[in-house]
Design a protein around this ligand. Structure first.
Ligand SMILES: Cc1cc2nc3c(=O)[nH]c(=O)nc-3n(C[C@H](O)[C@H](O)[C@H](O)COP(=O)(O)OP(=O)(O)OC[C@H]3O[C@@H](n4cnc5c(N)ncnc54)[C@H](O)[C@@H]3O)c2cc1C
Length: 500
């Protein structure tokens, strides 16, 4: 295929399928393309995936949909970042916040780097990330992320939402904008002599042809994995979690503006505040505990031991496929891979995969070299995000179960992650060294510094007085005051969610 496809068939009506169709319709609106989305009501969607990164805002902006339109429809709330609780047992570091970036960080980040650098040399300074970032304070005080009009500074934010409602909303948009929606189960895939996809056959006997296919069929990967036999590389060597149990609880009066991720005995539990309920789930490793044990632990954690609210159990396939674009098929979403939900990166990968695909085709058509470099970039994105997630497990200092001990001792880490940890422990500048050694990461040095300092991964404090060691000292009261006064420009989260 050398020119842009005219008939695009998307298999799957989960979040990935509808994000893909909306993005293609928006970005190729001037092209003469037909989009068909096929989904099986009998199979259904995974129905989870309720937290996002700031990438989701770019997606809605790119398809021209306002927050005031989609957020109330999807019971969505704002997300300033993620709070990690009980991952570290180091005194003073039982909890830390991973903020989304803000323009205002430039006023505090130098102090943050200065102190974390000094603390890595054994100097006794304040080196926990939370006091340095506005987003941490906004979350702590249940404020929304959008400042008042007379405070023109951008604060990045993500969202929490009901995954099923987002799917419905995006389906409606795509159909309004011209997508054809087919409710059917695909039971057969016809390949051409060259191994490309020719057509799909539904259980009603309908043959659906196209010249390009997008596999958004979820973990199974019905087109890219089953039919085209593209191999799947598991990440189970360094990410042990393969299961989840999900339970909703009632919303509290003041809605939180952060995700909370609490370490449990055999994994971690998420708490995602929506407008009508709190989404909770426990992501764990089935090699270390049974589904029943996990459910009991989650119920105990939520105070739901005596409740008859039903739990939902899910299996996760963690890893990625080798090629995300093969012949006339692109894989997007769970069909292309999944890195467990710890930093809520899956929809981020969905959006980046689709945009990267469109950019590649726009620039290079369907050339083999374009396809090859696209696949390398997507694989790299998966692996670099995986490294950041793996770092959470390596940094844990819990010793209460084999699960945490084995995670902490795990030696299956990439060369890039090893280098980052080595730079940190040797006390070098993370920013400069990552740049100098050309260590690629999907996360910025700010995020890495928050993670490593947030777990209290520091050497013991040297007994020498602070002033004689560092020469100068950050005035933490001034940092606190700066953050406090910035925070005065943000409204309570509940008010931010009242759309006119
Ligand atoms: C426990 C857990 C927590 C998660 N948390 C987050 C999070 O916080 N943030 C985040 O970004 N992501 C998260 N994710 C990932 C997120 O849920 C998915 O990336 C997202 O929902 C996209 O899924 P999907 O559309 O690829 O697959 P699915 O939702 O599984 O959709 C697959 C679609 O394909 C259709 N289909 C499949 N086979 C056929 C067939 N033969 N014929 C017709 N139709 C077919 C199905 O009917 C369905 O419509 C989480 C995932 C899990 C498992």
């Amino acid at each position: 295929m050398t020119r842009k496809p005219k008939n695009i068939v998307i298999l799957g009506g989960g979040t990935a399928g509808w994000i893909t169709s909306n993005t293609l319709l928006a970005r190729w609106s001037d092209k003469d393309i037909n989009i068909t989305v096929i989904e099986s009501p009998a199979i259904g969607t995974v129905g989870v995936g309720e937290g996002s990164t700031p990438r989701m805002k770019l997606f809605f902006d790119s398809i021209g949909v306002e927050e005031s339109e989609w957020m109330p429809r999807c019971n969505a709330t704002y997300k300033n970042g993620i709070s990690f609780a009980n991952w570290s047992t180091r005194p003073g570091f039982s909890r830390y916040f991973h903020p989304f970036a803000s323009q205002l960080d430039q006023h505090t980040i130098t102090a943050f780097y200065f102190n974390t650098y000094a603390r890595r040399q054994g100097i006794d300074v304040h080196a926990h990330p939370d006091r340095f970032f506005l987003s941490a304070s906004l979350s702590e005080n249940r404020l929304g992320p959008r400042p008042s009009e007379n405070f023109p500074f951008a604060v990045e934010y993500g969202y929490h939402f009901d995954a099923n409602l987002v799917g419905e909303f995006l389906r409606e948009k795509a159909v309004q904008r011209g997508a054809r929606h087919v409710a059917a189960k695909i039971v057969d895939v016809n390949l051409t002599d060259s191994g490309a996809i020719g057509s799909l056959v539904s259980d009603a006997g309908e043959t659906i042809s196209g010249d390009f296919f997008v596999d958004c069929s979820g973990f199974r990967g019905a087109l890219i994995q089953d039919a085209m036999e593209i191999p799947f590389r598991s990440f189970s060597d360094n990410l042990f979690n393969d299961s989840a149990v999900v339970l909703p609880t009632s919303q509290v009066e003041e809605i939180g503006s952060q995700t909370v991720s609490t370490a449990m005995q055999y994994g971690w539990a998420w708490e995602i505040p929506l407008t009508h309920r709190i989404g909770n789930g426990y992501v764990y490793s089935s090699s270390f505990c049974t589904a029943d044990d996990a459910e009991t632990e989650l119920r105990t954690h939520l105070g739901l031991l005596d409740s008859d609210v039903e739990a939902r159990h899910l299996q996760m396939k963690v890893g990625r496929i080798d090629k995300h674009w093969h012949k006339n098929c692109l894989a997007v979403g769970l069909s292309q891979g999944f890195i467990e939900p710890l930093e809520a990166t899956a929809l981020n990968l969905v959006c980046n995969t689709v945009d990267d695909f469109i950019d590649t085709v726009d620039a290079q058509g369907f050339s083999e070299s374009g396809q090859m470099t696209f696949n390398e970039r997507v694989n790299d994105r998966f692996e670099r995000i995986r490294d950041y997630i793996v770092a959470h497990y390596i940094m844990n200092s819990r010793a209460d179960t084999d699960y945490w001990r084995q995670n902490g001792e795990n030696k299956h880490v990439s060369a890039e992650l090893q280098k980052i940890l080595q730079i940190w422990t040797s006390g070098q500048s993370l920013n400069q060294e990552m740049e100098r050694q050309q260590i690629r990461s999907s996360y910025t040095p700010m995020s890495w510094t928050c993670l490593l300092s947030g777990y209290g991964f520091y050497p013991p404090i040297k007994p020498t007085p602070v002033d004689t060691q560092s020469g100068s000292k950050i005035d933490m009261r001034a940092v606190d005051e700066f953050i406090r006064r910035c925070g005065l420009n943000f409204e309570p989260h509940n008010d931010a969610l009242r759309f006119q």
